[in-house]
Design a protein around this ligand. Structure first.
Ligand SMILES: C[S@@+](CC[C@H](N)C(=O)[O-])C[C@H]1O[C@@H](n2cnc3c(N)ncnc32)[C@H](O)[C@@H]1O
Length: 340
């Protein structure tokens, strides 16, 4: 059948297939097409939701595939197809916990949706309605809609089982490849600041690869640091991660500059950026995350570099869309290199 697809270089095919899967945008009933050095991934969502940097939207003939069993949780709901239209395509799996956001029209049917997810996702113990992250500690408000037990769980990411509590400290499984990408860039012997570290997924990925000499992991939320300490009890990584409860305002003054600095505080990070940038040595790299309106992504890197000119000379070494954030904005990773 003819359908919309995303044309991507074969070398990035698996990475972008994962991105689409996590965003609920990969169509499961059509087979991926191969054309010379490209793949065409069948799309199930509105093409505007696919970040432009992931590939080109095309129309092609796709082969239909008949998967065994339900391919989507909605297949487990005995509702008329028209009523399923407003069901979200995506949800997050954090260890044994599944989190989903629902539009207000589905509030009265949340228990049924929770039961469907409990049956659909293997290994799920608890399903929560995700009411978003709030407050300075970015804690998630969650409401149990199916299953039992605590919100605390262990989530496997980049070879480590992280201690996570989806209610007490921020964690998103959508950042796993970003954590790995940054870890891969770290060279042996480098010192790293993981600022706003949450439960420490960047720190664990970096130290787990045995490259960094030392990672200082800082967060204002004591629960996040307690969870990171609990992970470190099981994965001591040679004592190379030092967790610290501190606000950036306390930590940043008088800290020695290091080779890599990660700051993942996408909505407020901009106010700390100059003082964070001062903690990078010349030749050092700063990984800065921001939610950016899609129309401004192309200009944003240079705007950041100009804003940092009183601190030093920076260049945009790389930038990438991590995932779509809203219909008109993306979470973007900026890698800024200090030149002087
Ligand atoms: C988006 S989460 C990032 C979590 C983590 N880096 C990750 O990749 O999962 C932002 C974190 O910043 C912390 N935070 C917010 N304001 C802070 C501040 N002023 N100083 C230190 N940490 C702060 C919050 O407690 C939260 O854990």
């Amino acid at each position: 059948m003819i359908a919309r697809g995303l044309l991507v270089p074969r070398s990035r095919g698996e990475e972008i297939r994962q991105d689409l899967l996590e965003a609920g945008l990969l169509r499961p009933d059509l087979a991926i097409r191969r054309e010379a050095d490209s793949l065409i991934l069948p799309l199930s969502g509105p093409p505007e939701e696919v970040p432009a940097s992931w590939g080109e939207i095309v129309e092609r003939e796709f082969r239909e595939v008949r998967p065994k069993g339900p391919v989507r949780y909605r297949d487990l709901l005995p509702w008329p197809e028209a009523e399923k239209e407003i069901l979200p395509r995506s949800f997050d799996v954090v260890g044994e916990v599944v989190l989903i956001r629902l539009p207000s029209e589905l509030e009265g049917r949340k228990a049924e949706i929770g039961e469907a997810l409990l049956r659909f996702v293997p290994g799920t113990r608890l399903v929560g309605l995700d009411h978003g992250v709030h407050g300075p500690d970015r804690r998630r408000a969650v409401e149990r809609i199916a299953g039992t037990g605590p919100w605390r769980t262990r989530h496997r990411e980049n070879g480590v089982e992280l201690e996570v509590d989806v209610e007490r400290a921020y964690f998103s499984p959508r950042l796993s490849r970003e954590h790995a990408r940054v870890a891969e860039a770290v060279r042996p012997g480098e010192r790293v600041y993981d600022l706003c570290c949450g439960v420490g997924p960047f720190s664990m990925a970096i130290a787990g690869r045995a490259r960094a000499a030392h990672v200082t992991a800082v967060d204002a939320n004591p629960d996040a640091i307690e969870l990171l300490r609990a992970t470190l009890e099981r994965y001591p990584v040679g004592g190379r991660v030092s967790p610290q409860v501190a606000r950036l305002e306390e930590f940043l003054p008088n800290t020695a500059p290091v080779e890599r600095v990660v700051m993942n505080l996408p909505h407020e990070g901009i106010k700390y950026l100059p003082s964070v940038a001062r903690t990078a040595v010349a030749g050092g790299h700063l990984y800065y995350y921001e939610v950016v309106p899609r129309s401004e992504i192309g200009r944003r890197g240079n705007t950041l570099v100009n804003a940092l000119s009183p601190v030093g000379t920076f260049m945009v070494a790389a930038q990438r869309v991590v995932h779509p954030y809203s219909p008109a904005s993306d979470l973007v990773a900026f890698e800024l290199e200090r030149q002087g």
